[in-house]
Design a protein around this ligand. Structure first.
Ligand code: PEP
Length: 250
């Protein structure tokens, strides 16, 4: 079985102003023919910048995504953004179930699954995030937690084009701590088993990203692990050179 085409994705979180289009333009420029042959690149800016980045991205091959979407396509939901609106603004992916959404907004697995389905209705590819907390890892429950999150968050059917999964140990996000390669290998293998059990051959081709303090200097160790098909990068994606240096692993 050939390895899935890698995806390196940036999650800008609540960072970025109009001026940041310059950073995004550097990323788009750095995604040259050599890199385009090897991997996909995605940047998920705050929703306010989706259109701006989408315009800058034209012709570059860099995909633009959302960081969250509502479960409904439209309606009385003040402050929320729907998957249809993100698609209309030029997005082709959307992150759902990021641990910061799960923690700060009380998103349950059922809500995350509904968001993934709403994304697909709008022809966006959802990037479904899972990952254990530090306490859960220390009590030996990491695999059980990740399996339970997958069971509750994943859509009934999926293929390599309409689903991406990201494993992001909560204790490694924004902390500078990264999971050790054997820990990553263990969880990614378990996720792969769930995907193939659920989706058959397509499950083997669905990309599983690692996220949690990925930086240029640890990219090699993390991205060379079996069943790691790319990275979801927070802090380091705000710097074009760092983000591209991570992609250069491939
Ligand atoms: C993230 O939030 O998806 C993430 C991985 O952040 P960081 O790289 O900053 O740890």
């Amino acid at each position: 079985q050939a390895r899935p085409r890698p995806l390196v994705a940036g999650n800008w979180k609540m960072n970025g102003l109009k001026l940041s289009a310059r950073v995004f333009a550097s990323i788009a420029q750095g995604y040259d023919a050599a890199l385009r042959k090897k991997l996909d690149i995605l940047v998920c800016p705050p929703a306010t910048l989706t259109v701006t980045f989408g315009v800058v991205a034209v012709g570059s091959g860099v995909a633009v995504g959302g960081q969250d979407c509502h479960v409904e396509a439209a309606g009385a939901h003040t402050g929320d953004i729907s998957a249809v609106q993100l698609a209309d603004a030029g997005a082709t992916y959307v992150i759902v179930g990021h641990s910061e959404r799960r923690a700060d907004h009380g998103e349950t697995d059922a809500v995350v699954r509904a968001k993934a389905l709403a994304a697909r209705e709008a022809c966006l590819t959802p990037v479904v995030c899972v990952g254990e907390t530090r306490a859960q890892r220390e009590s030996g429950d990491a695999l059980a937690i990740v399996r339970a999150q997958l069971a509750g968050s994943l859509p009934e059917t999926a293929d390599r084009h309409d689903l991406v999964v990201a494993y992001e140990p909560v204790w490694a996000i924004g902390t500078g701590l990264t999971a050790m390669p054997p820990q990553v290998a263990e969880v990614h293998a378990a996720i792969r088993d769930v995907l193939t059990a659920r989706y058959g051959d397509e499950g083997a081709a669905i990309r599983i990203l690692y996220g949690g303090s990925v930086k240029p200097d640890n990219a090699f160790d993390l991205l060379s692990v079996a069943n790691v098909d790319g990275a979801l990068v927070g802090g380091a994606s705000l710097d074009a050179a760092d983000f591209l240096a991570i992609a250069e692993y491939y």
